[in-house]
Design a protein. Structure first.
Length: 505
């Protein structure tokens, strides 16, 4: 795989603010074009057969690839690109399939598209059948439908209509079933300029959006690190994704809400504005991460750490409440949970919540929860660095069952933490050395060396090869792993483990 850093626009968040970063290699020189060889294990080979989609999942592991120095201006990131490939999905995630419509088969509850990933407008990359069900939700040209009515409306829209389907892939049968379908002008870039991002402030009908991606009707896609101004008005249509209602007003758009806004973009001296006064806004499922302060039937209060991955310090909650003293408070963020189970939540533990922000000026509560993920299911992420020169002895023990990390190694750099939601656990302070064990079932394990990554699906084969390379003179410079962490035994049960090595001497 060839990576081109020549004109890369790289941003690092420092104290909640985006800052430009330069990327250099371990020799300190700027990275240009980098070729990375990815070696799949002998158990998994890419098989291409007519009419049968082949799955190849790529993961650009930033934690294993980069060491970042935020004290420099511009911020400096030392990189050894680390890309992992798998023929089986390791993580359950919402997948999407996009491309122009070819035909609709109402009797089979399917439709056929020409696959065009990302925001490509041209090229023929093969045909693909999307399956739908009676509960599949459609948004077509801003109108909502369910099941067969949506499929009929899609057929009426005609061949060539832009589509994006979100759903699940049956790997064994290579069939994709859509839970939600967007089509026509509801697809970014087909008629409007479209902004995606998270609302960080609101003053009347002027909103501020951070983390924006601008998809222009011309076909260009721009990632914007600075704030973007969004204008709405009485004619702006507002809808919640996946809901059969277009009756929401613009007050539904509040601080913290993730959105897709459809309108007309303009730029003045570098400042970007999207005017959606004659357009529409789609409210997307929003993700909260924080620490539980209290939990009772129907109600949950979090000390928020982030909203959609962005620190709460960048959000201005002024005007979100029904009165000034009712504005949302990030340290006491009130969530109505309805019938969701909260029995696994304890005070002081991390939790994730997915849902929608309460309309502007109507809090409390501040948020309507749709899904709650408690501490036991919040993913733990391990990140370790041993400096640019690395260490020959990163582990106390390594075998087919586990890897024991030496948490007293003198080469440990600034990065030696396990992150569980907002909680950081310093592995140097653990009473026993942390242990990594493989998850039961399919996992993905990789060894990275300069310009080469070797991938394994078997933990025993991975650990044996890792041990061999360390014994031959390679040094470990970085490690990342993710899974579930048991604090009582200092054990991380991981479905991902990536180790970055120097070249063998």
């Amino acid at each position: 795989m060839r990576l081109d850093y020549s004109n890369a626009d790289v941003t690092v968040e420092v104290n909640g603010e985006p800052r430009a970063a330069t990327v250099v290699g371990r020799d300190g020189q700027p990275l240009g074009v980098v070729d990375v060889q990815i070696m799949l294990d002998n158990r998994n080979h890419v098989v291409i057969a007519p009419g049968r989609p082949a799955l190849l999942q790529l993961d650009f592991d930033l934690a294993a690839s980069h060491t970042v120095d935020t004290t420099m201006t511009p911020v400096r990131a030392v990189a050894e690109p680390f890309i992992v490939a798998s023929l089986e999905p390791v993580d359950q995630k919402d997948l999407r399939v996009r491309g122009p419509l070819l035909s609709v088969d109402s009797s089979a509850s399917t439709y056929l598209i020409d696959v065009r990933p990302f925001n490509l407008r041209d090229a023929r990359l093969g045909q693909f059948t999307v399956h739908t069900t009676a509960s599949t939700e459609f948004e077509i040209n801003g109108e909502t439908f369910t099941g067969s009515a949506g499929l009929d409306a899609l057929g009426q829209a005609g061949a060539g209509t832009a589509t994006v389907a979100f759903g699940t892939l049956d790997v064994a049968n290579r069939s994709f079933t859509a839970q939600r379908v967007h089509a026509g002008t509801s697809v970014p870039g087909s008629q409007f300029d479209v902004l995606t991002g998270t609302v960080t402030a609101r003053n009347g009908d002027t909103l501020t959006v951070r983390g924006g991606t601008m998809i222009r009707r011309s076909g260009s896609v721009t990632f914007i690190r600075d704030d973007i101004t969004l204008l709405v008005g009485p004619q702006t249509a507002v809808i919640r994704d996946g809901e059969m209602s277009n009756a929401l007003g613009t007050q539904a758009i509040s601080v913290g809400q993730r959105i897709h806004a459809f309108g007309s973009a303009s730029e003045n001296n570098g400042a970007v504005t999207l005017d959606a006064q004659q357009g529409r806004v789609r409210l997307e499922l929003t993700h909260l991460l924080g620490t539980v302060k209290s939990a009772s039937p129907d109600n949950l209060t979090l000390d928020l750490d982030s909203i959609d991955g962005r620190r709460v310090s960048i959000f201005d909650f002024t005007g979100t409440g029904s009165a000034p003293d009712k504005d949302a408070d990030a340290a006491n963020y009130e969530i109505v949970t309805g019938n969701l189970t909260l029995s696994g939540l304890t005070s002081g533990s991390p939790a994730r919540v997915f849902g929608f922000v309460t309309p502007f000026g109507a809090a409390p509560p501040d948020f309507e929860g749709r899904t709650v993920v408690d501490f036991q299911d919040v993913r733990a992420i391990l990140g370790i660095g041993w400096g640019l020169t690395g260490t020959a002895t990163p582990f106390l023990n390594i075998d087919a069952q586990s890897i024991v990390i030496d948490n007293a190694n003198a080469s440990l750099g600034l990065r030696h933490f396990i992150a569980i939601g907002p909680r950081l656990i310093d592995i140097e302070t653990l009473p026993t050395a942390p242990v990594i064990k493989p998850v039961t079932g399919f996992g993905l394990y990789a060894i990275g060396e300069p310009r080469r990554v070797e991938v394994f699906s078997d933990f025993g084969e991975f650990s044996a090869q890792l041990s061999t390379k360390l014994a031959a003179g390679s040094k470990a410079v970085g490690m990342s792993a993710s899974g579930s962490f048991d604090a009582d035994t200092s054990t991380l049960t991981a479905n991902h483990v990536n180790v970055n090595l120097t070249a063998t001497n």
